[in-house]
Design a protein. Structure first.
Lengths: 145, 57
């Protein structure tokens, strides 16, 4: 192995790895992700991504409302039923709409309704999509996107 | 809503819009990806529906 390659390796080892999120950037990113969770699209709007924020603000709550309209259920947090627990976490991803619907006693679900499973799917998927939106807002705030 | 097809189309449209806006920044690219995803979702569902037709419930 030549001296040149040893030197280059040493210089690579000696170089500090790129800094992960820290300090104010990290706080801003967490704030954006939290805002995106509370209000779908809110994180992007706060970061100045108006077009994306508005689309998320309209489409994700609309999906959630569609789920309620289709007589889907807001699943409870029951540790004894793992799939129900997962569905509850997914629903929680909807943020404020989920909390408002829970407090208002909506989302009881009507099992015999022919659209019951469609309603569940709409609400679970809208929660999962909002989780992706939160991660995207986090990345945008850190300058990764 | 009684139409399962309409529910599926609405679902596909919403998911396609969110994914395309998440993944692309330019409106034209978003439109292209969104259309592709929507067509893919609906087309796949229709084809699977036809393939599953002979099987009993």
């Amino acid at each position: 192995m030549g001296r040149k390659s040893r030197d280059s390796r040493r210089s690579r080892v000696g170089t500090a790895p790129p800094q992960e999120a820290s300090g104010p950037d990290s706080g801003r990113a967490l704030a954006a992700a939290t805002l995106a969770w509370v209000m779908p699209g809110g994180g992007h709007l706060w970061l100045g991504r108006r077009q994306k924020g508005l689309v998320f603000l309209v489409v994700i709550p609309a999906m959630f409302l569609c789920g309620l309209w289709l007589e889907g259920r807001l699943f409870p947090f029951e540790a004894s039923q793992p799939l129900v627990l997962l569905a509850a976490f997914a629903g929680l991803g909807n943020g404020l709409p989920y909390l408002v619907a829970s407090l208002a006693g909506l989302g009881e679900g009507r099992v015999v309704a022919e659209t019951f499973e469609y309603g569940n799917t709409f609400m679970i998927v809208s929660g999962l999509l909002n989780m992706l939106v939160c991660l995207d807002a986090y990345d945008v705030a850190l300058g990764r996107k | 809503m009684g139409s399962h097809f309409l529910a599926m189309v609405m679902f596909a449209a919403c998911v396609a819009v969110v994914f395309s806006v998440l993944m692309k920044d330019e409106p034209l690219e978003q439109l292209r990806l969104g259309g592709l995803l929507f067509a893919g979702f609906v087309g796949t569902a229709v084809v699977l529906g036809w393939l599953l037709l002979p099987f009993p419930l």
